[in-house]
Design a protein around this ligand. Sequence first.
Ligand SMILES: NC(=O)c1ccc[n+]([C@@H]2O[C@H](COP(=O)([O-])OP(=O)(O)OC[C@H]3O[C@@H](n4cnc5c(N)ncnc54)[C@H](OP(=O)(O)O)[C@@H]3O)[C@@H](O)[C@H]2O)c1
Length: 299
Amino acid sequence: MAKIVITGGTGLVGSYLSKMLSKNNHEVVHLSRTPDSSAEYPTFEWNIGKKYIDPNALDGADYVIHLAGAGVANKRWTKQRKKVIIDSRVESIKLLKSQIEKQQVKLKSFISASAIGYYGMDTGAAELTEESKPGNDYLAHVVKLWEAEADTLEEFTSVAKVRVGVVLAKEGGALKEIAKPVKLFAGAPLGSGDQYMSWIHIYDLCAIFRQVLENKLEGTYNATAPNPVTNEALTKSLAKALKRPLILPNVPAFVMKSMLGEMAQMVLGGNYVLSDKIQSTGFTYKFTQVDAAVKDILC
Ligand SMILES: NC(=O)c1ccc[n+]([C@@H]2O[C@H](COP(=O)([O-])OP(=O)(O)OC[C@H]3O[C@@H](n4cnc5c(N)ncnc54)[C@H](OP(=O)(O)O)[C@@H]3O)[C@@H](O)[C@H]2O)c1
């Protein structure tokens, strides 16, 4: 049993992961900007802008799992929003690091979420591994800064970074958004529909975090299912699970660009990411095919 501090533990991944870890007899505590005294897990406050962490938050911690970050798809990417997206991931690590140093916390590992946006959203069907080069767009820039800051914790403990793919989950994320128009008989692939989406079922993602933690893995791991699909294939899979026809033509790229601005690269672009490295550690996926993952979540 280990004591695990999860930042952003109230979010989509954090909630699921907290349940999985506590079910497996780990002690979970959360770090949140707005701690709720009636929350399921003991929750401590931090304020990244004010460089404040509750001094008891890291007491006896064996692991920190860093999931906190302002949603990249929640608001248009203004200059100000771009800074919030970066600071919530990078300044938060700096704050954790200073507290770990101050309290001399003996962490077994610091595990940070990262994202497959690292590779850039314009890599087409090129197969990407952890060794592939980073991209040049805004998301790649965010992830490079995020991972570089996580690596500075190596001074104190071992560091692992989990490059998360497009998370499929009941409670939120991409699937919920794509399902909305499909349910209303208005679903359609976006842009060419040929762009790859390297998806992962939330169960497998959280199982990867558990694999990394319990096996003391370090370094970088892609967390994507073994069979990425195109945007068109995912939309069709959803329509099949929801028993809805797909009758409309693809949504043209210019429409997405005018709606989302620069953020449109997240849906019009994509990447084909391989996960052989985590599988070589003995990890096996529960959901390898998108149809089964979508059916499990929606039906
Ligand atoms: N979901 C995906 O498809 C996906 C894909 C790739 C990477 N990821 C990464 O995986 C991590 C977890 O994803 P998720 O889907 O669980 O995210 P989420 O549901 O948006 O939750 C993230 C948590 O971060 C905290 N947070 C939000 N804004 C913040 C800010 N400005 N400053 C500090 N903390 C803030 C919130 O916790 P409090 O309100 O309690 O503070 C929130 O619950 C994120 O870093 C995300 O970028 C996710």
